[in-house]
Structure formats: structure tokens, C-alpha cells
Design a protein around this ligand. Structure first.
Ligand code: HEC
Ligand code: HEC
Length: 208
């Protein structure tokens, strides 16, 4: 029986991060006016200074909002810290966050593109990882098309602005972003070179 203990706890851990979800997209839309300045009216931020959040999984969005708030409350010791997002979430209630998450999740993320020169190298790392260097394949969690998995808490990473993806992979690598359950992303990111990060960030931007 011992054999089954670990996979089961892992599984329950994954499910519990999905949160019971009862956000109201209409209410979220009404609360999104302040967000539009950076993320665009529908969550498709027009510049790569800010991530696209349209079409991202609601559970993941909700988790990030809660963690930005926790990051602000603990001076960056817990949660996720970002100087621009901290004041945005300071006054939000849990219901506000659920509603906002439901609204953005109901929108559609605008397509991005992948520059030709990174396709071969990017596809290889994304699909197969690198056994020699102990890098897990990204598809194992984010799926073959990079759309992630809502219940498991794996975000959609395809179509995202490359500059944002790059910044996140660097943040996981340095540990500046440490809100990934069980260090899942940090373990992988710390094995990535600058070149790997550059290639992967551009590659997933146009992944279908
Ligand atoms: C002043 C610009 C600005 C405003 C306004 C803003 N954001 Fe953000 N947002 C950012 C930046 C910058 C990031 C990336 C943070 C990082 O690099 O960790 C971000 C990240 C996020 C993320 C995480 C995305 C991901 O893929 O992990 C979510 C969710 C989010 N914002 C939601 C919101 C909501 C909801 C509002 C309105 C209540 C809002 N933002 C208002 C700048 C802004
Ligand atoms: C073992 C599962 C797993 C694997 C394999 C994995 N990831 Fe992740 N990734 C996650 C989880 C979980 C998160 C969300 C962390 C959180 O809750 O904030 C994440 C988040 C991300 C983010 C941040 C998304 C955002 O919107 O901020 C990027 C970018 C990313 N992963 C890229 C990759 C790439 C590239 C690879 C392959 C080199 C990879 N991941 C492999 C589990 C994984």
C-alpha cells in the first residue's frame, strides 16, 4: 500500500490548487476598468511590458491575484512579488479576484508568432526536454500546444509575449518567483541556459 501513498497525495495536492471556483464574469468585467490600462480591455495587453491574461485558466489567474496580495502583505517573503501588481490587488476581496479571474478566463488570448529561426531548437526542448541535462519536457505539464491544464494548475503559456515569458523563466531560475507548487518550475528553470530561455520564450509565443 505504501507505494500508492505518494502519487495519491500528489494528486490531491494538484486538485486542491484548482480551488472551488465560483467567479462571475459579468461582475468581473465591471471591476476590470483599472486593469485595462496595462492588460488591455479584454486582457490582451497591447505591449509586451505586460502579460496577456485573456483566455488564461481562471484557477491560475485567481491563484496569482491572491499571491500578489500575499506578496505585498509579507514584503515579498511569501506569494508573488511585483511592484506594479501589488497596489492593484491591495483592496481586492476574494470575490473580486474570483470575478476578475472568471472574466479574463472567458476572453480569448490573441495569437502570437514564432520567429522561424527558433522553431527547430525550441520544438526539441519543448517536446522532449534534455535528458542529459535533466530538463523535463515542457509538454509534460503545459501540454503539446502549451495550453496547460486548468484543474492541475498548469497555466497556458502559448501566445504569450516572449518578453514576459523570458522574464518569468529568469525569475523562476533565480528564485525571485517562488510561488510554483513543490518548486516545479524552479527545478526546471535553474537548468536552463540564457540561450534556452531566449529560444523557449520565442517558441511558445506562436505555439498552436
Ligand atoms: C500598471 C500596470 C498594471 C495594471 C494596472 C495591472 N497589472 Fe496585472 N500585471 C502587470 C505586470 C507588470 C505583470 C507581470 C508581473 C510579473 O512580472 O511578475 C502583471 C501580471 C498580472 C497577472 C499574472 C499573469 C500571469 O500570467 O501569471 C495577473 C493575473 C494580473 N496581472 C491581473 C491584473 C488585474 C486583475 C488587474 C486589475 C485589478 C491588473 N492586473 C492591473 C501590470 C499591471
Ligand atoms: C512538472 C510540471 C511542469 C513542467 C515540466 C514545466 N512547467 Fe512551467 N509551470 C508549471 C506550473 C505549476 C506553473 C505555475 C506556477 C504557479 O502556480 O504560479 C508553471 C508556470 C510557467 C510559466 C509562467 C506562466 C505565467 O503566465 O506566468 C512559464 C513561462 C512556464 N511555466 C514555462 C515552462 C517551460 C518553457 C517549460 C519547459 C522547459 C515548463 N514550463 C515546464 C509546471 C511545469
Amino acid at each position: 500500500m505504501k507505494k500508492f501513498a505518494l502519487p495519491l497525495t500528489l494528486f490531491l495536492g494538484l486538485i486542491s490548487t484548482a480551488y472551488a471556483f465560483d467567479g462571475d464574469a459579468e461582475a468581473g468585467k465591471a471591476k476590470s476598468a483599472t486593469c485595462a490600462a496595462c492588460h488591455g480591455m479584454d486582457g490582451n495587453s497591447p505591449t509586451d511590458l505586460y502579460p496577456k491574461i485573456a483566455g488564461q485558466h481562471a484557477g491560475y489567474l485567481f491563484k496569482q491575484l491572491k499571491e500578489f496580495q500575499l506578496g505585498a502583505q509579507t514584503g515579498g517573503k511569501e506569494g508573488r512579488h511585483n511592484a506594479l501588481m501589488a497596489p492593484m490587488v491591495a483592496a481586492l476581496s476574494e470575490q473580486d479576484m474570483k470575478d476578475l479571474a472568471a472574466f479574463y478566463a472567458s476572453q480569448k488570448m490573441k495569437e502570437g508568432s514564432t520567429p522561424e529561426d527558433v522553431v527547430a531548437q525550441g520544438e526539441k526542448l519543448f517536446r522532449a526536454g534534455d535528458m542529459e541535462r535533466g530538463i523535463a519536457a515542457c509538454i509534460a505539464c503545459h501540454g503539446p500546444r502549451g495550453v496547460g491544464h486548468s484543474l492541475a494548475g498548469f497555466p497556458k503559456i502559448s501566445f504569450q509575449h516572449a518578453a514576459y515569458t523570458k522574464a518569468q523563466l529568469e525569475a523562476f531560475r533565480s528564485g525571485a518567483r517562488a510561488n510554483d507548487m513543490n518548486g516545479m518550475m524552479r527545478d526546471i528553470a535553474k537548468k536552463l541556459t540564457d540561450e534556452d530561455i531566449e529560444v523557449l520564450s520565442k517558441y511558445v509565443g506562436g505555439l498552436h
